[in-house]
Design a protein around this ligand. Sequence first.
Ligand code: ATP
Length: 290
Amino acid sequence: MDKITRKAYAKINLGLDVLRRREDGYHEVRMIMQSVGLYDTLTFTRREEAGIVVVTDKEELPGDESNLIYKAAKLLTETYGIGQGVHIALEKRIPMAAGMAGGSTDAAAVFHGMNEMFSLGLSMEEMCVLAVKIGADVPYCIKGGTALAEGIGEVLSNLPGMPGCFLVIAKPDIDVSTKFVYENLHADRLEYHPDIDGMMDALGNKDLEGVAARLGNVLETVTAKKYPRVEEIKAFMKARGALNALMSGSGPTVFGIYDSKERAYETQEALEQAGLAKQVFVTDPVNEKR
Ligand code: ATP
């Protein structure tokens, strides 16, 4: 195959707990990850000559060595001695520096795309083992769906999919670096821990209200404290029919869970009109690859 297109889905965290900071600086986490129907598109084209070329449709995101797409393609090329080059074009829709694993999911799509294009024959597990070198969330993004992520995020267990619902996803006009949030988190002084086990039970019971009731993210203690806009958007969503709302990952993106499509679209419009967020989407959970 000379040309392949892949969708790279964003994720939200239904639960995000930090257990401790390790000696090496990494944090031990317990997170419930959920893919959502917001995605980037990557188009892979085989090159006659060697070399990796990455082009993006966002000026602020270069296709150079700093791009996770480039890093993943280079790692695969070197590890498996791929002689031919590849051209990868990115259409970016997932908000950046948002807590939605935009970069990690693009890197994950490179693993899938190049595995297919160059007939590498890698299993999901083999890809995940290599992918952690790019980032702790990349193995999850390779698998997608609903999962418990432990360790630094790379130890994965599949979970039953999130019950059907509508998600309003709002990214305020603030960029948050994941590094900053973890550096400013007092992991040993957290007063609250989300009910991750209860969340897993609610998923198992297909109980949307139970899922909504158990949303929790300890990283809000850093990001929402610094940026009051996060709590403002959560309150705005809850006042407009959301069963509940939470910040995703290190933020500042907030998602609200709705059982009504109309209320979800009304909230999207109201958020935009109120100027609370520049990028607002209505989507749904993705439990299987589309
Ligand atoms: P996470 O939820 O994993 O913390 P995030 O949504 O907070 O991710 P990303 O959008 O993945 O953050 O990217 C953070 C930074 O990584 C960007 O500001 C950008 O400089 C860099 N980056 C490198 N490659 C990519 C890519 N393909 N897509 C987005 N960002 C990338």
